[in-house]
Design a protein around this ligand. Structure first.
Ligand code: FES
Length: 62
């Protein structure tokens, strides 16, 4: 589904950013323009980030 209408960012793209190593909405925003215009999607985007962070095993910080 589209999370960010302004920039057509989907929940899948946010989850993929987390799978590539992002660990916060701010880090997701370094590769996706989510929540960078009107900001109405920020709460939903943050929920997608938090849900996926808890769904995937954490990588060890070596
Ligand atoms: S809906 Fe995401 S910035 Fe407007």
């Amino acid at each position: 589904m589209y999370v960010c209408i302004c920039h057509a960012v989907t929940d899948r793209e946010i989850r993929e950013a987390i799978d590539r190593g992002a660990r916060s909405l701010m880090e997701v925003q370094s590769c996706l323009p989510v929540a960078s215009c009107c900001g109405r999607c920020e709460a939903t985007a943050r929920d997608v980030v938090e849900d996926h962070l808890h769904a995937v095993p954490r990588r060890s910080a070596a």
